[in-house]
Design a protein around this ligand. Structure first.
Ligand SMILES: C[S@@+](CC[C@H](N)C(=O)[O-])C[C@H]1O[C@@H](n2cnc3c(N)ncnc32)[C@H](O)[C@@H]1O
Length: 266
């Protein structure tokens, strides 16, 4: 089973993490890439579709957007809250390394926080290149290596304190979900892209309530192990996580998040 396909991960991702973290970052990515009215856009590893929906609004009703992901559960809510005046959005369940689309049909391919989860990044980049028209654009975003990444670092530390072995990479550091500028550049070059440019941007985020921030762990691949705790252990775990995340007044604190944005031309 894919790591985002467990139980209610997708629903918790959509409720708690998407609006606070992934939605504002999707606007950054789209501004970095630059979309035009009427374009055909593919969102790879689209998850619950936050980038696809933002792209559909930007390319308008004459455009076309396809949201693709390996997890059927994540794709389930792609069309929820889609902009009725934007492009229609189609959903495609597939691996990033085997996309069932013709060569050269897309104007833009986007991928936000997908690369670290894809075992063969070069193959994924080559597939992104294949489906683009000559001159088409790719735009990717990945959490920046070497930076603190809250609330995800706190989630991982709380799980590690429980002595849990996670199937989700190295939870002692955030290395499994981050990449350096050089790694993002290399991934795009290995896909055959030219005029590759990378930059690191910062975005400050803050959850509305500490309860929402704590519940965000259930939208990550760490959530399934925690959800299996018996009631007393779960209660103690959530209190510990709240202590790790909250400020002195018990309220959520702002976090600076950093992502590497990369773009290139097919
Ligand atoms: C952190 S989520 C990002 C989702 C979305 N792009 C966003 O910004 O909200 C990572 C996504 O990558 C997907 N994924 C993981 N491995 C994949 C693969 N090999 N091919 C396609 N999608 C994959 C997961 O199912 C999950 O939806």
């Amino acid at each position: 089973m894919e790591i985002f396909d467990a139980g209610s991960t997708a629903e918790n991702y959509r409720r708690f993490l998407q609006p606070v973290i992934f939605q504002p970052w999707s606007e950054r990515l789209l501004s970095f890439v630059g979309l035009e009215l009427g374009q055909k856009v593919l969102d790879v590893a689209s998850g619950t579709g936050v980038v696809a929906r933002a792209a559909a609004s930007r390319v308008g009703p004459t455009g076309r957007v396809i949201a693709s992901d390996i997890s059927a559960r994540m794709l389930h809510s792609v069309l929820v809250d889609a902009d009725p005046s934007g492009a229609s959005i189609e959903v495609l369940e597939c691996s990033a390394t085997d996309i069932p689309l013709d060569d050269g049909g897309m104007d833009v391919v986007l991928c936000q926080q997908g690369f670290p989860f894809i075992p063969d990044r070069a193959a994924a980049a080559q597939e992104m290149h294949r489906v683009l028209k000559p001159g088409g654009k790719v735009g990717v975003a990945v959490w920046a290596a070497g930076k603190q990444l809250e609330p995800f670092d706190a989630y991982a530390e709380a799980v590690r304190a429980e002595g849990i072995e996670s199937a989700f990479g190295n939870i002692a550091t955030n290395a499994s979900v981050t990449m350096s500028e050089a790694e993002v550049e290399q991934a795009l070059l290995s896909g055959g892209f030219t005029r590759v440019e990378v930059t690191t941007e910062r975005l400050d985020i803050r959850f509305a309530t500490i309860a929402d921030e704590v519940r965000g762990i259930f939208g990550t691949p760490l959530g399934a192990s925690v959800a299996a705790f018996e009631a007393e252990r779960l209660d103690a775990f959530l209190k510990d996580l709240e202590r790790r995340l909250a400020g002195p007044d018990g309220e959520p604190v702002p976090h600076s998040t950093f992502a590497v944005l990369g773009r290139g031309v097919a």
